[in-house]
Design a protein around this ligand. Structure first.
Ligand SMILES: [Zn+2]
Length: 261
């Protein structure tokens, strides 16, 4: 269903949980609306072993890109044998990346030792299969960078980036792109806005993280991939350039981050 061709310069939603229950019953409409707004491809990352099949269904129905991973927020659901299930998926179902994986040091209930164990094991899998990674990084930039130095991977995307300029530079140096979306639409997000405005354009990819990370102008309803067009327009304003320039650059950057360009 997605009209994506590698030579196009369509908008790409580099992070969208299209399989989420919020879209049950309206998913076809959500996808059709996104396509009408010029979104030509969506990357759908799994968050736990139970969602591997659901993300796969998104590719079968809509032609989405997939990532398989064990997200730190769902830590309590991850069993050690899910790592073997993950490896089986990487070997047989050709995802574009390993994700969502990462570290969340914001939520106190998530045991950091267990998080770090699962992160390292998944980085090793990404390395083994030559795949980029989609990173969830919350209050954990420096620790994640430490593990990326220990287990280098080909690159990927630091999703919903919210670090410092120095941390941004460190991710870029390791072959990563930085994801920007709903957070930059908030007046209070001064640091994120400053990064979005001043980082080299080659560093940025666009994402909605739908149905989460609702933009300032639509707090009452689930976020949707169609909002990516407004995010592109918003980023163009921040950088005093055109939405077309943002579209072309972020398209290219997303392909590069995923090793598809
Ligand atoms: Zn995610």
């Amino acid at each position: 269903m997605f009209p994506f061709l590698p030579a196009n310069d369509c908008l790409i939603d580099s992070h969208c949980h299209l399989d989420a229950a919020e879209f049950d019953g309206v998913r076809d409409d959500v996808v059709a609306e996104a396509i009408r707004q010029g979104i030509g491809q969506i990357l759908v990352p799994a968050v736990n072993q139970a969602t591997f099949a659901e993300t796969l269904a998104m590719r079968e129905r809509y032609g989405c890109w997939l990532a398989f991973g064990l997200h730190p927020i769902y830590l309590a659901q991850h069993l050690d044998e899910h790592l073997a299930d993950l490896e089986h998926k990487l070997a047989t179902d050709r995802p574009v990346a390993v994700g969502d994986i990462g570290l969340d040091f914001y939520l106190p209930a998530l045991d950091p030792v267990r998080q770090e164990y699962l992160l390292v094991e998944q980085l090793k899998l990404a390395r083994k299969y030559g795949l980029p990674v989609i990173l969830h990084v919350r209050r954990s930039q420096d620790r994640l960078l430490k593990y990326l130095r220990q287990v280098p991977v080909v690159g990927g995307i630091a999703h919903a980036f919210n670090g410092s300029e120095q941390q941004a530079a460190a991710f870029l140096a390791r072959g990563f792109k930085l994801g920007f979306g709903g957070a930059m639409t908030f007046r209070g997000s001064q640091r994120i806005r400053r990064l979005a405005a001043t980082l080299p354009l080659s560093a940025l990819v666009l994402e909605t993280d739908a149905p989460d990370m609702r933009p300032e102008w639509a707090q009452a309803v689930p976020n949707r991939p169609a909002n990516l067009l407004r995010f592109a327009e918003f980023l163009a304003e921040l950088r005093t350039t055109t939405p077309e320039a943002i579209r072309t650059a972020t398209h290219h950057n997303t392909l590069q981050a995923l090793g598809l360009g």
